[in-house]
Design a protein around this ligand. Structure first.
Ligand SMILES: Cc1cc2nc3c(=O)[nH]c(=O)nc-3n(C[C@H](O)[C@H](O)[C@H](O)COP(=O)(O)O)c2cc1C
Length: 358
């Protein structure tokens, strides 16, 4: 196994090992603080993070507002308090070693206000911002306001091209690195584009090479690329380390740190993850975000998959391959029939693939 050298990230030398940010309080001040204390980069999630009172009790997020707007304000206040708490805890545990990053989800309500509030309340404790899910064009602007580095998460060179040209080129000096999150291998949500097939994974090396080639055209040949997705044993990535084709590279771990002592997830989940079989984790289309996501095939997902299989795609006019008249009228059509319009709607589905919501 090749020796792993330190990498320059966000202005300091650190181990090229990063704990990826994980929402729903999975990567916290506790996990990221320990990661940083060991000389790497820890990322806590600043998405509706938990906070604790002076006695160390979890502050329950109870919403008392009478209107949606009032409750939204409460949510933002909880999220800011929680993010500041996690940053302080991470900082204390790290003892000033490594780097602490905060992860945000651009698509969440009030994302900009939340991260601005967290950065204001935890000045000097957060060294970098990571953000994926969508196209976070404003990430560089927010980072520049606080003088911290930013690390966009992309799944293709194409996405970075758009982000760079529209926004990031204006704050190039604070671009700490680019996270390539492989859309087939990574845990969590996955940035598959419409032209990519969830069932047909592509090898990551050519995609990361394409990202590096593009970055070189922007003068970013020495900006680290952070490979995320399916990284477990570094020995499996030996040909990526010190490879001049790829340039400076670091590795981000998402799933593996779930099994550490410092991970705040329950023991039941740790045991479940340790006992999974091949095929138990798969890409599913059920996340309300609209992104594909990888998850353990539990009872809930099995039910959703079964429903999906039973669904029949239809149109109210014969269009494209929807040419076969479908005899049954779904219940929703029957109960929502407009009084006075007596004609029963005619529905058309595909004669070859009538099932599976195609
Ligand atoms: C349970 C879980 C939650 C995650 N939540 C987030 C998140 O909120 N934001 C994010 O950018 N990435 C999230 N990720 C992705 C990780 O940060 C990381 O990039 C990814 O897990 C790497 O792939 P791996 O799981 O194969 O190591 C999550 C991953 C997992 C497993």
């Amino acid at each position: 196994m090749k020796a792993l050298n330190a990498i320059r990230l966000g202005g300091v030398d650190v181990l090229p090992l990063i704990e990826g940010g994980k929402g729903i309080s999975v990567s916290t001040g506790l996990s990221s603080g320990h990661w940083a204390a060991s000389g790497g980069v820890g990322t806590f999630s600043a998405v509706n993070a938990d906070s604790y009172d002076d006695a160390g009790h979890l502050v329950e997020q109870v919403y008392r507002g009478r209107t949606r707007r009032e409750r939204h304000e409460e949510l933002i206040a909880y999220a800011i308090k929680g993010g500041i708490h996690q940053a302080r805890q991470a900082h204390e545990i790290s003892g000033g070693q490594g780097r602490i990053h905060a992860n945000i989800l651009w698509e969440m309500g009030g994302a900009e206000r939340v991260i601005t509030g967290v950065l204001e309340g935890a000045r000097g404790l957060i060294h970098g911002l990571t953000c994926g899910a969508g196209m976070p064009y404003r990430l560089s602007e927010i980072a520049a306001k606080f003088g911290v580095h930013y690390y966009p998460i992309v799944s293709s060179a194409r996405a970075f091209n758009a982000l760079w040209k529209r926004a990031y080129s204006k704050a190039a000096h604070l671009l700490g690195g680019v996270v390539y999150e492989d859309p087939w291998l990574a845990g969590g949500h996955n940035g598959l584009s419409n032209s990519e097939d969830p069932q047909k994974p592509e090898p990551p090396f050519p995609r990361v090479k394409a990202l590096r080639d593009l970055m070189r055209t922007f003068g970013l040949g020495e900006t680290p690329i952070i490979m995320a997705g399916g990284v477990w044993w570094l020995s499996e990535w030996e040909d990526w380390i010190d490879n001049p084709e790829l340039g400076p590279i670091a590795f981000q771990f998402g799933t593996r740190p779930l099994l550490t002592r410092e991970s705040p997830i329950g023991e039941g989940w740790k045991q479940k993850l340790l006992n999974l079989k091949f095929g138990d984790v798969f890409l599913n289309p059920f996340s309300p975000t609209g992104f594909f996501s990888s998850a353990v095939n539990n009872g809930f997902l099995k039910e959703l998959r079964a429903r999906n299989d039973r669904q029949v795609a239809y149109s109210t006019e014969p269009v494209g391959e929807h040419i076969a008249e479908y005899g049954l009228v779904p219940l929703c059509f029957q109960v929502t029939r407009i009084p006075g319009i007596s004609r029963r709607p005619r529905l058309f589905s595909c004669p070859i693939f009538p099932r599976g919501g195609q």
